[in-house]
Design a protein. Sequence first.
Length: 276
Amino acid sequence: MARKPKPLKTISSLLLVGAGKMGSAMLEGWLARGLNPRKVVVIEPQPVKAVKALARRGLKLNPKGKAHPAAVIIIAVKPQIAPDALPAVAPYVGKSTLVLSIMAGRTIGFLEKSLPAGAAVVRSIPNTPAAIGRGISVAVVNAKVSARQRKQATDLLSAIGVVEWVSDEALMDAVTATSGSGPAYVFLLAEAMTQGGIAAGLPAELAARLARETVAGAGELLRRSELDAATLRQNVTSPGGTTAAALEVLMGPGGFDALLTKAIAAATRRGGELAG
């Protein structure tokens, strides 16, 4: 059974720079784990309604006036706008501030050049199931991150799901392509299954419900099972049966395996391009 994350009540102050889909998902996860909204500052030029509503609970949205160093800064802006967004972050970086970036492509080196000298930086790639505490994040640190700060990062990331650490930053583009972008691949699978069911004669609402519950149930079975994905697939597949007929198409030349390998390779390349 997975370890239940500790409540996030020890973060004295947190600055979230960028509250788009991923930033908002993480914020929802942290608040659900007990982070006090009064300790949170959000910088977001176009906040969604949910973030605006949090301002009524004490969260500070786009504050004016003098900036004060934050205990933790989360960089969640799109990588394309990072060069313009990061200068505004510098006044919030103090001697003990932890900077946790979730930007795809943007390297630790880029962050170190854009932030005050000596900044402690963690680069992480989470994914959107963070909003329900079921995300997975992979992280890597720079030389300035202390053991205490690494634990802080672990506490924040484990509050929204599973955390994996790597020592080689070169792996991060492949991580982004696999798990960071991965939920979109799963949603596309459900979308395609729905369309396939409709094409086979099912009512649209029933096809959508069957696809949704099948993807969700199979994912939960995979999560709980000690068997690997290939074995679980084989267990569903009777020789000469309906599943086997479908898998002959999906696993044939140019099929699902080959397409997804190409897709992840394309996303990995794009991550490298975003690094500049």
